[in-house]
Design a protein around this ligand. Sequence first.
Ligand code: IPM
Ligand code: MG
Length: 353
Amino acid sequence: MTKLLLLPGDGIGPEVSAVSRRILDVLAIPGLEVTEALFGGASIDRHGVPLADDVLAQALASDAVLMGAVGGPQWAAVAYDKRPEAGLLKLRAAMNVYANLRPARCFAALADASSLKRELVEGLDILFVRELVGGVYFGEPRGIERLPNGERRGFNTQSYTTHEIRRVATTAFELARGRGRKVCSVEKANVMESGVLWREEVQKLRDESYPDIELSHMYADNCAMQLVKAPLQFDIILTDNLFGDLLSDLAAMSTGSLGMLPSAAIGVAGTPGLYEPIHGSAPDIAGKGFANPCASILSLAMALRHSLGAPQAADRVEAAVEAALDAGARTRDLGGMLGTAEMGEAILAKLAG
Ligand code: IPM
Ligand code: MG
């Protein structure tokens, strides 16, 4: 018996999640129980909080959680710690999913949709390993205070411990063994002590336990430049929570569309994983029926592979997405005309055939 919890969330989240649910129905994985719950703004509207206690308990008792997206302008005025995004951070922290895998892969059929020239992105396959439950997103102290001179001061703390760095680096090195055996570790050791520690600990771990992996170090600003200039040089990029947020969006766009890219957040082996599209809730196109469901579907594939013990089903789903794209299926973000459900049907047809 395995359990998958769907948290469709807000904006385009429910539309794209509905397509993944269809795919799950067709796959009919034996022993897989699928449930759905409110999360984010949708939960605020009903319960006043973005993540209700019983939903958190359900998530922790699942094997995998598949999220849609959270947030939207209607909750922008809600107190900071009650916003949809706060619910997401609480969920990530409670699940302790410290390693966020964000593949930026350029599908051959989409190389021309990239904002970069085809020859720069053709064959692109970068895996970001982003630290997800530490750093400046969670560091204390944090807040906004009033100074004696009447000015206000906003502050956050960037902090990483040896243990936090080593566990996520271990995930990156282990994954590197199944890929190109190359890791580029990214920080700002030139200006930040947390970056100095990051660099030292990652290098130490490599020297101790992963001598077969080629490790390089890069400053985050240079990495941003290199991702636009020569992205094919990268295999795995290991980085912290904030830089990983920025750099993964940057690389995602160069693959053609944010609407294509999935992510997996995993922690200690045997604990549930959290799977989500990289894209946000896209309130501007929500409810119009043309959001790209591929990122959700590919996130489902990652859940099948990493948490639900169904790697063959994962391969089938990924192959069906690729085959549908090769056959010309396109949502609007990819320059086509298909609606969300139609794109889902095109993928389902490949899954069946
Ligand atoms: C992401 C998002 C989130 C983040 C937000 C919604 C909290 O941008 O998953 O990349 O910053 O981590
Ligand atoms: Mg982001």
